[in-house]
Design a binder for this molecule. Structure first.
Ligand SMILES: *Cc1c(COP(=O)(O)O)cnc(C)c1O
Length: 224
């Protein structure tokens, strides 16, 4: 199916989820996750009106950015090795996977003086051992400590829910992330406005939207 048609389907589902939860669909940003698809298919997504592109590997992401970089807003959504930061940091507007101080230190080091990098702190809400991210308990102390890195702006929290057949099962994890985000927002830390939630993938984004997602990361259902 064309990206254009799939985008219409995703937008219709977002609209419906927003109606159910009394939200404005304009507050939900769609990040098209292009990690499995070609540069051509990524281009098709941008031409179909997708604004945000998500990649989870530095090399593949840079190859696409070198061709198409000017046409979108780029999100790094995968595990990020510190040694890769230098080569990718200028291309990506957002990093969704900040999960350790050593990575924060590297982002600080590689961000041009006076600039800020928009980061989501990744939280492993479900506690699955296969997932990266901080535990719920570690998240607030970690974010407080990030104030020492002036280049880092904590724009929000990110999580990956466990893969399940029935997306309703992961609602409690999305809700928990929202509550944690609200707690951090109330702290009014200058370096951590924390007003966004990056959550929801192809199989569970409607539930994530109902629970407050402002960035959903959709691959197979959009560009697959
Ligand atoms: C691959 C990936 C996605 C998108 O997955 P789909 O199931 O194809 O929508 C979203 N977030 C992250 C972190 C990913 O690695």
């Amino acid at each position: 199916m064309s990206v254009k048609n799939q985008l219409q389907n995703v937008q219709a589902s977002i609209e419906e989820a927003c109606q159910k939860s009394n939200r404005n669909a304009a507050d939900v940003n769609i990040v098209a996750v292009t990690k499995y698809v070609s540069i051509d298919r990524t281009k098709e997504a941008l031409e179909a009106g997708v604004e945000h592109i998500g990649e989870n590997r530095a090399e593949d992401g840079m190859a696409k950015w070198n061709e198409l970089g000017d046409n979108g807003i780029w999100h790094f959504i995968g595990n990020l090795q510190s040694r890769k930061v230098k080569e990718m940091i200028h291309a990506f507007d957002y990093i969704h996977s900040l999960d350790r101080m050593s990575l924060a230190k590297e982002v600080q080091k590689r961000t041009p003086e006076g600039e800020k990098k928009k980061c989501f702190v990744q939280v492993n809400v479900s506690g699955e051992s296969s997932k990266s991210g901080l535990s719920v308990e570690e998240t607030i102390p970690f974010i407080k400590e990030l104030c020492k890195y002036k280049a880092i702006e904590v724009v929000g929290l990110m999580t990956m829910a466990p893969f399940v057949e029935d997306a309703e099962e992961v609602r409690p994890y999305f809700r928990k992330l929202r509550e944690l985000k609200e707690e951090i927002q109330q702290m009014q830390l200058p370096h951590a406005p924390c007003s966004h939630l990056s959550m929801g993938m192809s199989n569970d984004y409607t539930v994530a939207v109902e629970e407050g997602a402002t960035f959903i990361r959709v691959g197979s259902a959009l560009v697959g």
